[in-house]
Ligand binder design. Structure first.
Ligand SMILES: [Zn+2]
Length: 264
C-alpha cells in the first residue's frame, strides 16, 4: 500500500497560528510520527511525504507528486484555526463523493480511530472542495487536528505525547482501512528500555525527569547497580519492539538529550 502523507503548509507558509504555535511545525511532527509508527509496525506499507522538513511547497507540487507516484491514499495533516472559541477535530473528503464511496469508508475507519485517542470534541465528518482532495487521482482525506487558537485545544496540541496519540490514531486507522499486515516481532520477550540519562546524583536524575515532563515525555528514575556502584537512570519508556524504542530515542534526542537503549 502506497501512502502519500502530506503535512500541511511549510516554509514561508506557517498555516494557522495561535498560542505561540505554528501549524506547519505541528503538522510535520504528527506526520513524521505517523510515518514511523506505520513503518515500524506494518509490513506492506510504502510511505512518501510531501515534506520532511520546513520547506515551501505548492499544493500542485504535492498533488502532482502523489499522482505521478501512483499513491493508493493521500492523507493530509492540518491544525485548524477560527475565532478562538471553536474547538475539536474534523476531517474532510471531496465534496463530490457519496457517503458510500470507498473514500468515505476509509475516512469512517480513520475518523473512528483518531477520535479514540485525540481527547478532542468531534466536529464531524465533512466534505469540501479543497485542492488536495480535488486534484488527487486516488482516495484522499484531510484531517484538522484541533484549533491552534483555542486555549483548550492548544494546551493539548503543544504536548508531544498528544501528538504521538494523534499520530497513533491515524496510523491505526490507515492500517485497519487498508488491511496492513502487522510486523512479526522477532525479539519476543525482550524489553527495550530507553534511558535518557544515567546519574550518580539522584537530584540530577529528578531534574532530567522534570525536563522531559515539560516536553511531554513521561519518564521515571530507576536505580541500577553497575560494577558495585548505584546509578540513577531516567527511564523514558520500555518497548517490546526495538524499532519503537529507537523512535523514542530519536524523540528524546530531538529535545537535545542523549538517550540509549538497554535490554537488562
Ligand atoms: Zn492547514
Amino acid at each position: 500500500m502506497k501512502l502519500y502523507l502530506d503535512p500541511g503548509h511549510g516554509g514561508s507558509d506557517p498555516g494557522a497560528q495561535g498560542n505561540g504555535l505554528q501549524e506547519k511545525n505541528l503538522a510535520l511532527d504528527i506526520a513524521l510520527k505517523i510515518r514511523s509508527i506505520l513503518e515500524n509496525n506494518y509490513e506492506n506499507i510504502d510511505v512518501r511525504m510531501s515534506r520532511t522538513s520546513d520547506i515551501t511547497k505548492s499544493l500542485s507540487q504535492r498533488t502532482d507528486e502523489a499522482n505521478a507516484w501512483g499513491a493508493d491514499f493521500y492523507m493530509s495533516i492540518h491544525i485548524n484555526a477560527f475565532n478562538g472559541s471553536a474547538q475539536g477535530y474534523e476531517d474532510y473528503i471531496h465534496s463530490s463523493l457519496s457517503d458510500s464511496s470507498a473514500t468515505a469508508k476509509y475516512r469512517d475507519i480513520i475518523h473512528t480511530e483518531v477520535m479514540k485517542l485525540n481527547q478532542l470534541d468531534d466536529r464531524g465528518k465533512k466534505k469540501a472542495d479543497f485542492h488536495v482532495l480535488r486534484e488527487t487521482t486516488m482516495d484522499a482525506m484531510l484531517s484538522e487536528n484541533g484549533f491552534i487558537d483555542n486555549a483548550h485545544d492548544a494546551e493539548l496540541i503543544k504536548q508531544e505525547a498528544w501528538r504521538r496519540d494523534v499520530a497513533q490514531g491515524h496510523a491505526i486507522g490507515i492500517a485497519k482501512a487498508f488491511n496492513l499486515t502487522p510486523k512479526q516481532n522477532d525479539d519476543r520477550g525482550t524489553l527495550y528500555k530507553v534511558i535518557a540519562g544515567s546519574f550518580k546524583d539522584r537530584e540530577n536524575a529528578d531534574n532530567r525527569v522534570a525536563f522531559l515532563q515539560s516536553r511531554g515525555i513521561e519518564s521515571f528514575v530507576a536505580t541500577a547497580t553497575i560494577s558495585g556502584e548505584t546509578w540513577y537512570r531516567v527511564q523514558a519508556g520500555a518497548f517490546s519492539s526495538r524499532e519503537n524504542a529507537e523512535t523514542r530515542v530519536r524523540e528524546i534526542e530531538s529535545q537535545g538529550i542523549d538517550a540509549f537503549i538497554v535490554t537488562d
